[in-house]
Design a protein around this ligand. Structure first.
Ligand SMILES: [Zn+2]
Length: 295
């Protein structure tokens, strides 16, 4: 949340290694009857809880780190307990975890560098959104930030009022969704019926393959002389020098991240992350390629 997080993002790989290997980290999950807050948070945004929650006194407050392709949320239980006490609600601590998860889901942990005000506000808005979905009032959603944020903005973090406003925007956005979805009849919960006859539709679709067009060009820093293209079917193809044959070497898929809307997956299932600006990063946050308009 504060200076420590900046430090942690920069040192993420290194520190996570040390923390996890030193065994100073104890797993925190549902086994001791506690709420599985991570699952509750991911449930309301419709995601699988692909996060590892670790309680550790090695962090001062809380941090989102990426290590070995795994997403970790580290938190200091004493810090979370103190936030809950100060905010006079358990929602305070939950909002801290939701904020850190927001850093992961918005792709912030894929980037090099530390905290910045834009990332913080995105994570704040995410926490407001999630807490409203979980049933928190606006005041409950803001309780944690109200006690941990600095009143004045810094180079890395926005000031308190800006952050509370961002939480409020996320909260309102969720509230509008909930209100809209409770107006009128709920969508039918009837599952799709499986055809008892072989469906002819499938064959038609397979035969009517549309011509392939090119949506983008990818240039790797390490191989600038080779052109890769993204087709309208989101395949990544490499053309031979004469442009005669095309080999499919990977594909693009949508991700849940707003900042990194596409992931490039190659034949070995390795992943690269594509930003909205077309920059392509490896899992360590290093820029490795650029996606541009082919024209
Ligand atoms: Zn943060």
């Amino acid at each position: 949340m504060t200076i420590t997080l900046r430090f942690f993002r920069r040192m993420a790989g290194l520190l996570a290694t040390g923390l996890l290997l030193a065994g100073s980290v104890s797993a925190q999950n549902t086994t001791n009857g506690q709420r599985d807050v991570l699952r509750e948070i991911t449930d309301v945004v419709g995601l699988k809880p692909r996060f590892q929650l670790r309680a550790t006194t090695e962090v001062q407050n809380a941090a989102a780190v990426l290590y070995g392709g795994q997403r970790y949320l580290l938190y200091n239980p004493q810090f979370v307990a103190a936030v809950n006490r100060a905010g006079r609600t358990d929602w305070a601590g939950i909002s801290i975890l939701a904020h850190e998860m927001g850093h992961h889901l918005n792709g912030h942990t894929l980037r090099a560098g530390g905290s910045n005000p834009t990332d913080e506000l995105e994570a704040d808005e995410f926490s407001g959104f999630v807490l409203r979905k979980m049933g928190a009032s606006l005041a409950q959603a803001q309780a944690g930030m109200a006690v941990v944020s600095d009143e004045q903005a810094s180079r890395t973090h926005p000031g308190r009022q800006t952050r509370l406003t961002a939480i409020g925007q996320g909260w309102q956005r969720a509230s509008q969704q909930i209100t809209a979805s409770t107006h009128g009849a709920a969508p039918s919960a009837e599952p799709a019926r499986l055809a008892t006859q072989p469906a002819p539709v499938r064959q038609v679709v397979a035969r009517s393959a549309a011509p392939v067009s090119v949506l983008g060009k990818i240039t790797f820093r390490a191989k600038p002389e080779v052109d890769f293209y993204v087709t309208n079917r989101l395949s990544v193809v490499r053309l031979d020098a004469a442009g005669q044959t095309a080999e499919v070497v990977g594909r693009l898929t949508r991700s849940e991240s707003l900042s990194y809307p596409y992931v490039l997956i190659d034949g070995q299932q390795r992943r690269l992350y594509i930003s909205r600006q077309g920059e392509i990063y490896d899992p360590n946050g290093r820029p490795v390629a650029l996606l541009t308009d082919p024209s």
